[in-house]
Design a protein around this ligand. Structure first.
Ligand SMILES: *Cc1c(COP(=O)(O)O)cnc(C)c1O
Length: 400
């Protein structure tokens, strides 16, 4: 009886498994990062100085692309990619609903229509067959997300893009450092976007980038970033013109200094995340209460998020109650993501609703993101495992 009392869920007034909240993500900024930012701030340029080019060159090298264009954040990267792609009001872009809203919002900023294809229930990435069924003469681009960090089946997506003449855009906010068959994320689509928000794989405070091999797209990305300005003559920079209004998506030099310093640490961050993710998979593989997403052998997972799928038929409560119970235990578990097509705007503007992406809808009801970040300790991870055990034991559906 004492054991039962000690295991009373924090949700119901019991003691939590840990005294302070373990967040789902956390940046790692060290003394060298701070020194790099200080040096940049003490220099001649606060913005648009040499730090931008240095960060861009390092990023292009990591991503295996000819060009990198850094911008103010990951959303601006998606927006700049859609701008550079020349998307407009009569265009359709096939994308996933299991993503941060920014992915689909960027299509809307250009006046184009996001068309949501369903996902593969095992990998949680876009299902190429579902994409194929949604092709119309108005489809201009395919915008896929490497969900949680798992690179999509880009070979199949590319074959579709070639067949139909679509531009291929990757939202790789979760998968910087990932690869497919040894080819790095950044080489798998025509345009690839990254985010450097503190929750992501490296940070520049806020920040983002688009990489591409295509010179014409790189040129348009730079124009999109800087108001749409086209210079006529390098000797007379005061004479410029605007063909299409762009944006101010510039990233400051001191943010680039942080991004560059962090990029040098990417492999170390990845190794720490990968070790913890493998340990999660080992410990959770036998759990009757959840399933793990598939991890195809030809992918190097970017390890941004560690997500699990609850086996709701074995539990007496829904996903939200499990999240509330984990939060009460001071485990910052969360949901990635409320589906894009079910946001009020997408229902109102495009008439979308439940039933459009049944596999994504079924997955969303079961999804839980567990904490994962490079400085998380094994003791922290044991707290997560203990909390899961406690919550599952309490809410287990018992055979009658
Ligand atoms: C974080 C994220 C973005 C947006 O990046 P910001 O830097 O926060 O603007 C876009 N898409 C996905 C999938 C993301 O996770």
């Amino acid at each position: 009886m004492n054991i039962e009392a000690s295991e009373k869920l924090a949700l119901f007034g019991g003691a939590p498994v840990r005294p302070t909240l373990l967040p789902y993500a956390r940046q790692s900024i060290d003394a060298e990062d701070i020194a790099a930012v200080s040096r940049a701030l003490a220099g001649d340029w606060v913005t648009q100085g040499p730090g931008v080019k240095q960060f861009e060159e390092a990023l292009a090298a990591v991503a295996g692309a000819r060009h990198a264009v850094v911008v103010a954040n990951g959303t601006a990267a998606l927006h700049a990619a859609c701008w550079a792609a020349g998307l407009g009001p009569d265009d359709e872009v096939i994308t996933t609903s299991l993503t941060f809203a920014a992915t689909a919002n960027a299509v809307v900023y250009q006046g184009a229509r996001p068309v949501f294809a369903d996902i593969d229930g095992a990998t949680l990435n876009l299902d190429p067959d579902a994409v194929k069924r949604l092709a119309t003469p108005r489809t201009r681009a395919l915008l896929a997300v490497d969900f949680a960090g798992l690179p999509c089946d880009w070979d199949k997506l590319r074959a579709l893009a070639l067949e139909h003449g679509w531009l291929l855009i990757a939202d790789a906010a979760h998968s910087l450092g990932g690869a497919l068959g040894g080819r790095p994320v950044g080489t798998l689509a025509d345009l690839t976007t990254f985010s450097f928000h503190p929750a992501k794989l490296i940070t520049s405070g806020e920040g983002g980038a688009v990489v591409t091999d295509r010179d014409d797209l790189a040129e348009r990305l730079r124009i999109a970033r800087h108001h749409g300005i086209r210079y006529q003559d390098p000797a007379r920079p005061w004479r410029y013109e605007i063909d299409v209004p762009g944006h101010n998506f510039r990233l400051t030099d001191f943010q680039c200094a942080l991004g560059l310093s962090q990029l040098a640490r990417l492999e170390g961050f990845w190794a720490a995340r990968d070790r913890l993710a493998r340990r999660y998979r080992e410990r959770l593989a036998g759990s009757p209460f959840l399933e793990l997403p598939a991890l195809p052998a030809d992918r190097r997972h970017g390890r941004h998020l560690f997500v699990v799928l609850l086996r709701l038929e074995r539990l007496t409560v829904d996903r939200d109650t499990v999240l509330s119970a984990l939060r009460a235990e001071n485990i910052g578990a969360t949901l990635h993501y409320p589906l894009a097509h079910l946001h009020p705007f997408y229902r109102r503007r495009f008439g979308y609703g439940p039933g459009l992406c049944p596999i994504a809808e079924a997955a969303e009801r079961r999804l839980v993101t567990l904490p994962l970040f490079p400085t998380m300790s094994e003791a922290d991870q044991d707290d997560v495992l203990r909390a899961l055990d406690k919550v599952f034991t309490h809410f287990a559906r018992r055979a009658s």
